[in-house]
Design a protein around this ligand. Structure first.
Ligand SMILES: *[C@@H]1O[C@H](CO)[C@@H](O)[C@H](O)[C@H]1NC(C)=O
Ligand SMILES: *[C@@H]1O[C@H](CO)[C@@H](O)[C@H](O)[C@H]1NC(C)=O
Ligand SMILES: *[C@@H]1O[C@H](CO)[C@@H](O)[C@H](O)[C@H]1NC(C)=O
Length: 295
């Protein structure tokens, strides 16, 4: 450069240097998303903006290679744009999600069909999730909205007001404690015998009991669903496996008493809000509890 610069030119030079500095600073601020805590900024000629160590960068890069499955995308968009939220709270849902993260893809049996159904089947991505529902017009309504869900109509012939009598009979009857009897021919009043074949023929990893209706005396109540869920778990053939059973609305008498009696207090692993989680072992091969339902 020239050595005999006059004062105004020097000032101009300084000003243009300052402008360049401001531009470079602005560049970095926008690159880091205005985050004041990002300190490990790489020079602009390096395209990798390093915010963590190399293993993180690597996993971000490999995630780029696979597309999000269409059904997952649909679920995200559905829940992001829906003003109807699932019946369970965030912390209640998290209990089941924790188990699904470990076990899915798996077999997941759900008593009840509702706004959370698409979420359950999506969380069990690649597995089989089926829903049992008492209200036929509700099934049609949901099937229209979510055609990919597998749901079945189920009839219950009990009433909440009969719960105490059913409990008394079940405690006396030998038939209600028999794990070797096929549920379809069980003489126990609490066994659901008319369910779709797939329910009896599948080894279920998870069972959610969030139906049928049970909030008034004339409603069917969950007595038979809770008993049947417990027996399906005990009858599991793939020895050594446990079944995770989740019961919602345990603040109610029927859900509280029947879950403790037939899924067993000793098999309860967690309660969060109105949701209980039981881990029920198979009673098939081990002579577990010597003919008793609970330890
Ligand atoms: C970019 O930065 C990373 C991490 O510091 C380094 O491993 C890589 O070699 C750099 N790439 C270039 C092109 O400078
Ligand atoms: C860097 O990666 C290792 C695993 O390679 C991990 O254990 C560690 O927590 C990571 N550090 C940060 C800051 O993410
Ligand atoms: C069944 O579902 C419909 C909605 O499809 C609802 O209007 C009706 O009240 C429900 N019936 C019962 C008995 O809950």
């Amino acid at each position: 450069m020239t050595t005999n610069l006059s004062f105004p030119i020097t000032l101009k030079h300084i000003l243009s240097s300052l402008a360049t500095l401001v531009l470079i600073t602005l560049y970095f601020i926008t690159r880091t998303g205005f985050s004041p805590s990002s300190s490990s900024i790489q020079p602009p000629d390096n395209n990798t903006l390093r915010i963590s160590n190399s293993s993180t960068v690597q996993s971000q890069e490999s995630a780029k290679c696979s597309k999000i499955p269409p059904s997952l995308a649909d679920a995200l968009i559905h829940y992001a744009s829906s003003n109807v939220t699932p019946q369970q709270t965030h912390s209640e849902i998290s209990v089941t999600k924790k188990v699904l993260v470990k076990k899915s893809p798996c077999n997941f049996l759900v008593f009840g069909l509702g706004h959370d159904s698409f979420m359950w089947s999506t969380l069990n991505y690649g597995g089989r999730t089926i829903f049992l529902e008492e209200n036929e017009s509700w099934i049609r309504q949901i099937a229209e909205k979510f055609p990919s869900l597998e749901s079945y109509h189920v009839q219950y012939n009990t009433k909440v007001r009969d719960a105490a009598a059913l409990m008394a009979v079940a405690k006396e009857r030998e038939e209600c404690r028999s794990v070797s009897t096929d549920l379809r021919v069980s003489a126990c009043e609490l066994a659901l015998k008319g369910l779709p074949e797939v329910v009896y023929e599948t080894e279920w990893d998870l069972i959610m009991v969030d139906a049928p209706t049970g909030f008034h005396e004339e409603a069917p109540g969950r007595m038979t669903a809770l008993y049947t869920a417990g027996m399906i778990a005990r009858r599991r053939k793939d020895g050594g496996e446990t079944t995770d059973v989740f019961v919602h609305d345990v603040d109610r008498k029927v859900e509280d008493e029947f879950s403790m009696a037939f899924l067993c207090r000793d098999y309860m692993t967690e309660q969060e809000g109105r949701l209980r989680h039981f881990t029920v072992p198979s009673h098939r091969n081990y002579g577990i509890s010597g003919g008793k339902l609970c330890p």
